[in-house]
Design a protein around this ligand. Structure first.
Ligand SMILES: NC(=O)c1ccc[n+]([C@@H]2O[C@H](COP(=O)([O-])OP(=O)(O)OC[C@H]3O[C@@H](n4cnc5c(N)ncnc54)[C@H](OP(=O)(O)O)[C@@H]3O)[C@@H](O)[C@H]2O)c1
Length: 267
């Protein structure tokens, strides 16, 4: 079975390591906070390292799951041509390459928080030094914790960040608003919460199991002059769709700006 090294075992790194261990990977992990390894240590396949130097003695691909500001110092200690997979938002492939001691293959990964429960949505973007086997390794690893897709155009990662990276927050806002609105119409908080969550869950299952499109299902639910048609017309007038288009554009632009500021400050 495959082996890899991982530095940073917080939200993302800790979850990825947990799913990888369940899938049978051997994981060599290091985190500055030793408490982060507590839940992983029960697996015989997990090997805790006490420093980055000790971790890098293991000659396997390195997953970087620390905050963007902590990436530079770790990269500067990589003195071999192993595969590096970085989860750090806004850190470019060029930055990864320029800041390691020895050139080697790099992959940027943009996951989302749903990875914590094995339902993540991760997009990978490899650089030109990546071999098919490097990409295959990363794809299989992230697929152990949800969906994993690959793109070759790095600039699209800003749109990915705006969609699936930030996306869970939009979904929670939608659910919260639905719940609050139902409470205002007289339902108890508990019933409003149960019904709104089940409606989201059921709607997704229906989409996946029937193979019908969003549009077909909207048509199937709304009869002319009925309640759904009334609500949909109101959402249109109130700018529901327009505000989603705008929110995604703004998030994408902000992602681009944060990357640019990071690269400028790092120089
Ligand atoms: N959370 C998300 O939804 C999300 C989505 C997409 C991408 N990402 C990216 O994923 C990366 C990790 O995010 P996260 O939310 O998992 O962060 P996190 O929970 O803060 O985990 C990072 C861990 O790495 C430790 N650490 C920092 N510097 C280190 C070093 N030099 N050596 C070893 N360990 C070190 C941190 O310790 P300290 O706390 O003491 O610093 C922390 O325990 C980030 O780069 C972020 O941009 C996150």
């Amino acid at each position: 079975m495959q082996k890899f090294c991982i530095v940073g075992l917080g939200n993302m790194g800790g979850s990825l390591a947990r799913f990888a261990l369940s899938a049978g990977y051997t994981v060599y992990g290091y985190d500055i906070k030793s408490s982060q390894t507590a839940s992983l240590s029960s697996s015989a396949l997990f090997h805790e390292k006490k420093s980055i130097e000790e971790l890098l003695k293991e000659p396997y691909p390195l997953i970087l799951a620390v905050k963007p500001g902590d990436v530079g110092t770790i990269l500067s200690q990589i003195a071999d041509n192993r595969l590096v997979v970085s989860l750090a938002a806004g850190i470019s492939l060029a930055y990864l390459q320029e800041n390691r001691q020895v050139k080697g293959p790099n992959i940027r990964a943009m996951p989302n928080l749903c990875l914590k429960v094995g339902e993540g949505a991760t997009v990978l973007c490899p650089d030109h030094l990546c071999r098919e086997s490097d990409l295959g390794f990363a794809r299989t690893l992230f697929a152990s914790a949800g969906l994993c897709e690959i793109i070759s155009n790095e600039s699209l990662l800003d749109a990915v960040t705006a969609l699936s990276g930030s996306g869970p927050a939009y979904v929670y806002l939608f659910l919260k608003t639905l719940e609050d609105a139902a409470v205002r119409e007289g339902l108890s908080r508990e019933l409003a919460r149960k019904l709104s969550r089940q409606t989201l869950k059921g709607s997704l299952a229906l989409l996946e199991k029937t193979g019908q499109t969003n549009h077909e299902l909207i048509e199937a639910i709304s009869s002319p002059g009925g309640t759904t048609a009334e609500a949909l017309a109101t959402l249109k007038i109130e700018g529901f769709e327009g505000s989603i288009y705008k929110a995604l554009r703004k998030a994408k632009e902000r992602s681009r700006e944060i990357s640019r500021l990071f690269q400028e400050n790092a120089q």
